[in-house]
Design a protein around this ligand. Structure first.
Ligand SMILES: *[C@@H]1O[C@H](CO)[C@@H](O)[C@H](O)[C@H]1NC(C)=O
Ligand SMILES: *[C@@H]1O[C@H](CO)[C@@H](O)[C@H](O)[C@H]1NC(C)=O
Ligand SMILES: *[C@@H]1O[C@H](CO)[C@@H](O)[C@H](O)[C@H]1NC(C)=O
Length: 646
């Protein structure tokens, strides 16, 4: 570990040690080799590109493997287990650190030689070297190797059109063999898992079991390696080393906080596919889910039960799995233990020493992930509001259906507002829907409506009602889903969809296609990628309906396949459907085949950084309006400058 002692004497000892150990030196650093390869590429010396780039890749792998091996070995030789006093603890820390340094330097040379810039590391993570390699191999007419490099690169850069075309060309070549298209950087646990899912889907349960079991073993091995890599020096973000004058205890605990954070990230890293930003959801538990069913199919009920129990360690009380478990228990006639599954129970992972935990600064936040399985909702805030269906009745999680959120009069007023706003706006009469050519679409935001209200283009009273109704919706969602921090507006939109007459026969499109609100739905992979251009910061969504006198237009929830409808809601005045915005709640709107359907669509975020600027401006307008009674010239003082707001 990398403890910075304030005294210069220790520093000089360290420096001497570094100088002495430089005599070991053996492995060429990969950033140097990488640079040489890139230079060679611009000289069009492709033999050298291959020589240096392959060298860089193996040096990169070697450094990583050496660090893992040395850290695990030294951790075993110098455990924290029996440490009870501070001095013993520091003794172990120093011995362990010394052991690691010696071990690593013996294999690859001085560690400072292998310090590599973040840019180069990122290039390696993005598999850029394989892009150079495939071009070089292509020039050298070694097409099998070019194909492998292209395939490896493309796995992590699926949006790279050119590489896609190259791959097609390689595949079309005579004598091209499927075996050439290997992923040279494939992560064993993900490879086995994907292969397992394929067999499972084709009902080859025996084969699937073997692969999932292998995937689990590989997963835990990768987990141990990833955690071992966290033991090195940590970067102290946001803190300037030069100005960092805390006591030794604070330093040590800061270090361990960083290391813990890094280990926590391992869970994410292991379940993230190459080139993706977001992890596959529920990745590790899914292994046990697939396994329990596969074992059951193979009539190995005891194993199935063991896996069901293991799954429940991650999702305690999960309904379907609990039912399965009951069934297995009856079939087997006795209980079995779950497997030892959680990485933090793994014998190789030593917990943070007690004294360090004690010394943790109170400001340090340890990040924990937990899945909220809220079955009981919180209060609905307003007396009139009725709970119609909870998550369970809506066949999903984090969903709610409420009635009487606003009154019949309020529905009528807001519907009128929707028309007048769109009429007021530059003769804009409702454009074609962005989602279907068979409907018109019109909408307005709170701020625009308030501005029109102020200018007298729409009734001010109605504009205020829009503002107030959206606030009511926000409070209800915040309270019902038991959110422990403020829910902020992310976007609010009053929107009407109108069927275009004469275009409604045999419609089979949707008014709004199936999507999730904060991630990119990928029905093929059965995943929802929480990455741009999705609005990843949106946490909850709600739709407040203003009317029901139209045909079609049902709101639907589906499975992640974007096809299987799990619940359907018929809009009506005052009805509101609320749900969490993630991949657990894909949804859409059936075609509106006759009449007009109006609703207030609301998206919320828990992250104040992403709250809607317009809303803050609207708050200001409202405040100014409230002041208007006492003072009529507020318009000059109403300086809406977005820059002031954040
Ligand atoms: C909010 O806190 C309550 C009580 O501590 C807890 O039951 C609930 O799960 C929390 N909600 C969320 C979303 O974390
Ligand atoms: C939930 O699923 C059941 C069974 O498939 C179905 O009868 C019910 O209508 C669904 N709930 C909703 C709100 O659609
Ligand atoms: C409205 O009045 C309050 C109190 O008099 C004042 O603090 C606030 O700045 C005023 N807001 C605007 C936008 O004029």
């Amino acid at each position: 570990m990398d403890v910075h002692f304030p005294t210069s004497s220790i520093l000089s000892i360290v420096l001497q040690a570094l100088l002495l150990s430089s005599s070991y030196g053996s492995l060429e650093p990969y950033d140097l080799l990488y640079n040489n390869a890139v230079d060679a590429f611009y000289r069009s010396d492709y033999k050298d590109v291959v020589r240096y780039m392959e060298g860089a890749l193996s040096s990169y792998a070697e450094v990583r493997q050496t660090k893992v091996r040395c850290r695990l070995r030294c951790q075993d030789q110098h455990p924290f287990d029996s440490v009870s006093m501070d001095l013993q603890f520091f003794d172990v820390v120093l011995r362990r650190s010394n052991c690691q340094n010696e071990c690593i330097e013996e294999k690859v040379g001085t560690q400072s030689m292998h310090k590599v810039s973040e840019d180069v590391n990122q290039d390696f993570q993005r598999r850029i070297p394989y892009n150079y390699l495939q071009l070089a191999y292509q020039k050298l007419k070694q097409l099998d190797k070019a194909a492998a490099a292209a395939h490896t690169y493309f796995q992590a850069n699926p949006e790279h059109v050119e590489m896609d075309q190259n791959l097609e060309q390689y595949k079309a070549l005579e004598g091209s063999d499927q075996d050439h298209f290997v992923d040279r950087e494939a992560r064993p646990h993900q490879r086995s898992f994907s292969a397992g899912v394929k067999l499972y889907d084709s009902a080859d349960y025996k084969g699937a079991i073997a692969l999932f079991e292998e995937a689990l073993q590989e997963y835990y091995r990768a987990d141990v390696e990833c955690r071992a890599l966290c033991q090195g020096p940590q970067r102290f973000e946001e803190q300037d080393h030069v100005l960092y004058h805390y006591s030794l205890y604070e330093l040590v605990s800061d270090h361990f906080t960083q290391a813990l954070h890094c280990e926590h990230e391992c869970v994410r890293d292991l379940s993230t596919r190459p080139g993706r930003l977001s992890p596959m959801e529920n990745y590790l538990p899914l292994h046990y889910d697939y396994l329990q069913f596969a074992y059951f199919q193979m009539n190995m009920v005891e194993e199935a039960m063991e896996c069901a129990k293991s799954y429940l360690l991650f999702h305690e009380g999960e309904e379907f799995m609990t039912e399965n478990l009951e069934y297995y228990r009856e079939a087997v006639g006795h209980d079995v233990k779950p497997r030892e599954v959680r990485p933090w129970l793994h014998p190789k992972w030593h917990p943070i020493p007690y004294i360090v935990l004690n010394a943790l600064p109170s400001s340090s936040v340890l990040v924990c992930v937990f899945v909220c399985v809220c079955t009981v909702g919180g209060p609905l805030v307003y007396d009139s509001v009725q709970l119609v269906q909870n998550s369970k009745a809506l066949n999903g999680t984090q969903r709610v259906l409420l009635d009487d959120v606003i009154s019949v009069d309020e529905c009528a007023e807001l519907t009128n507002l929707a028309h007048t706003v769109t009429m007021a706006g530059d003769g804009y009469r409702g454009k074609m829907s962005p989602h279907t050519p068979n409907e018109r679409f019109e909408g307005a935001t709170v701020l625009k409506t308030l501005q029109y209200g102020y200018e007298g283009r729409v009734p001010l009273r109605s504009a205020r009602l829009f503002y107030d109704a959206s606030e009511r919706a926000r409070r209800i969602i915040e309270s019902y889903f038991l959110l422990n921090s403020t829910l902020h507006f992310s976007y609010t939109h009053l929107v009407c969809r109108t069927a275009i007459t004469g275009q409604q026969d045999h419609r089979n499109d949707l008014s709004h296609p199936i999507h999730a609100d904060n991630c990119l739905l990928d029905p093929e992979a059965n995943e929802c990628w929480k990455e741009p251009p999705a609005y990843t910061y949106r946490d909850y969504s709600a739709l407040l309906y203003l009317n029901g006198d139209f045909e079609g237009g049902e709101f639907i929830f589906t499975e992640m396949d974007a096809k299987t409808v799990t619940a359907q809601v018929k809009p009506k005045c005052g009805r509101m459907v609320g749900f969490s915005s993630g991949g657990e709640n894909p949804h859409g709107v059936r075609a509106v085949t006759r009449g007009q359907r109006c609703a207030v669509a609301l998206w919320f975020t828990l992250d104040p950084l992403f709250r809607e600027l317009e809303r803050l401006q609207a708050d200001e307008v409202m405040q100014a309006l409230d002041n208007q009674s006492s003072q009529s010239q507020w318009d000059t003082s109403l300086n809406i400058n977005p820059k002031d707001e954040l």
